[in-house]
Design a protein around this ligand. Structure first.
Ligand SMILES: *[C@@H]1O[C@H](CO)[C@@H](O)[C@H](O)[C@H]1NC(C)=O
Ligand SMILES: *[C@@H]1O[C@H](CO)[C@@H](O)[C@H](O)[C@H]1NC(C)=O
Ligand SMILES: [Zn+2]
Length: 299
């Protein structure tokens, strides 16, 4: 995406969106040709909600969050609306809401079509560039989904309007888009290390450790290559890496992990740890964040 992000400095949003769409369609076609990215749809049973993971494009994840009590459902980043609606039909749930993490095409690119297919949908996001947006949220805003409360966490950096969505229950969940990945974090397209530090350390690390993490992409194995390079003697990283390799060999997603797990092996969540500060040769965790990200960009 670096050529595209470079282009984004010069092109109007409309042209850029079309270009990005073409790029993702091409890379998806390439990937499907190679059958390299197959992932099975999966359902995770929480106490008061079910979370259905639906693979999309080359390596994206869409999610259908269903409140068990009311049967009301929210789609997270439904970039392939028809595939998502198949799931809605199959489960016979009441789709009321779209939760958009950020405006990039591979996350928000299905919003306009979905809103056309299902008039009356509430489309939530933190950025005016999100298609079909009906409800712009800011940090701490709550959205009601049947008996569930979904809290918006403002986490700008990958994009300046990025939102993570936290569902607080006995068995909590957070949808992290392109801010936090399993063993990694998103690129700093529209922000800086200070903002990512605030997002990962100030906000996401403060969630309960048993919060399940549902991120926007299956990037886990690439991320572990970098994580184990940065911390070659971290047993938690070795163990989780092996677990994820086994899952991928079976065509299964590596999502979800938990916030507590990420703190043990994700270098970007560990910038206050002495091992990371030593590796980046600084005593400032924000500087460590900056150094790690720029190394990962060309890893
Ligand atoms: C989900 O988990 C609950 C216990 O937390 C259990 O009672 C229920 O049967 C499970 N449902 C499914 C579909 O596995
Ligand atoms: C779906 O949920 C909305 C909002 O709670 C409600 O107004 C509507 O009646 C529900 N529709 C069905 C078919 O249950
Ligand atoms: Zn993105």
């Amino acid at each position: 995406m670096s050529a595209l992000s470079f282009a984004s400095m010069f092109m109007p949003q409309r042209v850029l969106t079309a270009l990005t769409a073409a790029y993702f369609k091409f890379t998806t076609w390439q990937a499907l040709g190679q059958k390299e990215y197959h992932r099975e749809p999966t359902t995770i049973n929480h106490t008061t909600m079910n979370i259905h993971l639906v693979p999309a494009l080359k390596d994206n994840y869409m999610y259908l969050l269903v409140d068990k009590e009311s049967g009301n459902a929210a789609a997270v980043d439904p970039v392939e609306p028809e595939k998502l609606l198949q799931k809605v039909e199959e489960l016979q749930v009441n789709l009321t809401t779209v939760l958009t993490t950020h405006h990039h095409w591979d996350h928000a690119g299905g919003n306009v079509e979905l809103a056309k297919l299902r008039p009356g949908l509430i489309v939530v996001g933190g950025d005016e560039r999100v298609g079909a947006l009906t409800k712009q949220v800011k940090h701490g805003d709550e959205i009601t989904l049947g008996s569930l409360k979904v809290k918006s966490l403002f986490t700008p950096c990958h994009t300046s309007g990025h939102i993570c969505y936290f569902v607080d229950e006995k068995d909590p969940a957070v949808f992290t888009g392109d801010t936090l990945f399993v063993a990694g974090c998103g690129r700093f397209f529209e922000g800086n290390a200070e903002q990512m530090y605030k997002a990962l350390i100030g906000i996401l690390s403060e969630l309960p450790d048993h919060t399940k993490v549902y991120c926007g992409h299956e990037y886990t194995l690439q991320n572990f290559k970098f994580a184990t390079h940065v911390e070659p003697s971290n047993p938690a990283a070795d163990e989780m890496k092996k677990r994820c390799e086994n899952l991928r060999n079976e065509g299964k997603p590596t999502v979800p992990s938990t916030i507590g797990e990420e703190k043990k092996y994700n270098p970007f969540m560990r910038v206050k740890e002495s091992s990371i500060l030593q590796y980046t040769k600084t005593s400032d965790p924000v500087e460590a964040m900056k150094i790690l990200r720029s190394e990962k960009d060309s890893f």
